[in-house]
Design a protein around this ligand. Structure first.
Ligand code: ATP
Length: 340
């Protein structure tokens, strides 16, 4: 038996004043998954989210929530009828209503008080029902917004940069909490971010967007360690790019040494290596030299000079006590190869 995805977008296209915001946007989100929609500013993330929610009507394409067509084939279901919960950057709580009334907004029926109590408990705010929004911290306000979105048991929850109004330590804590809340609620969620670390940390599936379309989707480790092209590789994190020549049986010769390739490319290639895939082995006879070190406590970034005068950065744990002037030999743990 095949399960119907929670969200299916096909061929969404949308232009604003002739400028494309979505160009053939195709997205499938399986039930119970947390998806982050990641891309640079202006690539169409918010437009895609708003099209799923029903706040934008694309020029072409279809949107399905479960097995229901909510946009396309002559349908354009109103946002409040799509069974979608939204959480915005700016919380959007009603300032003159208590927490209870904010969460109850949109609910009806005799079980409303018990449902409000249950979702406030889920987001860790049991007992906060009679407070006003201004009596809450930013993180607490965002949890109320999440409780309000979850209260009607929507098919999907859409979150648009939900942590960007919080300071850095609060943001880290909130993203762990929100992930756990969404898992506990069994929710399907799509959340928009332009922060790579956040996208990788919170999601089961990361969808990378560029110029209105999806360039890659996969688990956080797939997109980070096997980016589909050099642009995605650079967008997702630091990378060292070197020229190489691919020979037989996946062996690629580069200025950093020999690396193994999973691709069947032959001849000139571009090789991408993440800084943590370069391992500097202390060696008094090594051909490379540590010329600088940034120490972060939990890890450190070393700048290494190669025999040809070029430099590479490598990220290692805090332990190796390497400092300026130390000789090393480099070993490459992993690499991704692209056609030159
Ligand atoms: P950000 O990370 O900066 O929020 P984004 O990826 O969410 O960006 P969108 O807000 O979806 O991008 O915008 C996509 C493109 O559409 C941008 O070029 C933007 O300027 C344009 N755009 C968005 N909304 C409108 C609008 N209401 N009128 C005109 N152009 C718009």
């Amino acid at each position: 038996m095949t399960t119907i995805p929670a969200i299916t977008c096909q061929g969404l296209t949308m232009t604003y004043d002739g400028a494309p915001a979505l160009s053939g946007f195709d997205l499938t989100v399986d039930r119970g998954t947390i998806v982050s929609l990641l891309g640079p500013s202006g690539c169409g993330k918010t437009t895609a989210l708003r099209a799923i929610a029903g706040f934008e009507s694309p020029d072409a394409g279809t949107v399905r929530i479960g097995d229901r067509v909510v946009f396309g084939h002559n349908a354009d279901v109103a946002p409040e009828k799509r069974r979608v919960g939204m959480v915005f950057q700016e919380y959007a709580l009603f300032p003159h209503m208590t927490v209870d009334r904010n969460v109850a907004y949109g609910l009806s029926g005799a079980d409303t008080p018990s449902r409000v109590e249950a979702v406030l408990d889920l987001v860790g705010l049991a007992g906060f029902g009679s407070r006003m929004p201004h009596e809450l911290s930013g993180g607490e306000q965002q949890r109320v917004a999440l409780a309000r979105a979850l209260a009607p048991q929507p098919e999907v929850v859409l979150l648009d940069e939900p942590f960007s109004n919080l300071d850095a330590p609060q943001r880290d804590r909130m993203r762990r909490e929100v992930r756990q809340i969404l898992i506990d609620a069994g929710a399907t969620a799509v959340f928009v971010t332009h922060d790579q670390e956040e996208a990788l940390a919170i999601a089961d599936v990361v969808v990378v967007m560029r110029d209105g379309a999806i360039v890659q989707s996969g688990t956080p480790s797939e997109v980070y360690s096997r980016p589909s092209d050099p642009w995605t590789a650079s967008f997702l994190g630091d990378g060292v790019f070197v020229d190489g020549v691919a020979g037989s049986e996946g062996s690629v010769t580069t200025s950093l040494g020999r690396v193994h390739s999973e691709s069947d490319a032959r001849g000139p290639v571009t090789v991408m290596v993440r800084p943590e895939w370069i391992v500097p082995l202390p060696d008094p006879n090594g051909d490379s030299t540590v010329i600088d070190r940034e120490y972060f406590g939990h890890d450190q970034m070393l700048v290494i000079e190669r025999p040809d005068g070029g430099t590479v950065q490598c990220r290692v744990g805090a332990r190796p006590n390497l400092s300026r002037g130390d000789r090393v030999t480099l070993s490459i743990d992993d690499a991704v190869v692209y056609p030159a």
